[in-house]
Design a protein around this ligand. Sequence first.
Ligand code: G3P
Ligand code: CA
Length: 326
Amino acid sequence: MPSHTTVNDGSPIIIAHRGASGYLPEHTLAAKALAHAMGADFLEQDVVLTRDGTAIVLHDIYLEPTTDVRGVFPDRGREDGRYYAIDFTLEEIRQLRVHERSRRNSAGKEVAVYPTRFPLGPGSCGIPTLEEEINFIAGLDRSRGGSTGLYVELKAPNWHLQQGQNIAKAILEVLDKTGYAQRESQVYLQCFDDKALRYLRHTLKTKLPLIQLIADNHWGEDSEVDYEYLQSAQGLKEIATYADGIGPWLMQIYRGRSSSGEIITSELVSEAQNNGLLVHPYTFRRDELPDGIANFEELLEIFLNTVKVDGLFTDFPDLVRSFLRQ
Ligand code: G3P
Ligand code: CA
């Protein structure tokens, strides 16, 4: 098993998914500070680029699901009605406020994706650059003590290339500048696209641990890879030639219940671990439980104590920390 399997003590790692996003709008510095205080081992950064090539921390290549861009720049959407971060300079991005994730319902009304979370309304935080966020986390590590890890996702690398931008290089430049490019036990790079991971490993020659995210083939990820193949014995062997672990969707491991009520799990975790790969599934949410699971603790029990993953992405890092303490 690679040396960066765990932070200190052999426990699975807690990755705060977009920060403590179960409590505060995702990818705000406030959500990262709360996750830090809750004892997350790693804080996740989803990264996209601005028009001027700055790496910013944002989940989508679009701005409207989490910001007030429609109100601030009403004429800047593309023909498909979407507001692409890459069409805006950093100076323009700084004028936006982040709110709880929302979507338009069938009546055209903006509603919260997770209705019981932070209220949907005018936000008070902006979108951080990757560099600002790393410096913020390093500052918290100093003032509170700790060596919190970064878990950086390259979003849509193919799409960025089509727009004339190289997101892999942009991210490595920031990690280099902030001194994190050499911190192999404190940084993971993750991506749904195998080509981007191979490029990071073989062309850019990063030594940082790489995680192959695994989607469902029907989601339409910006990648040509066959995710069914990646979960096969051959696929996992191949992943082990360029990456250090996998980040599967939790439903690729928990498969539901049998007719007699028994929990069914796939062999993905043990097969990946037998190939020397770490397994960090996503996304564990108290307010979005899979069918057949009664509560969050039951879900954690399956993944942490039965199939024994090496870490997990969660919107609720405090609940996972409290489960692990027990
Ligand atoms: O990166 C792991 C998990 O976050 C993948 O899903 O869509 O939340 O980035 P997403
Ligand atoms: Ca992510």
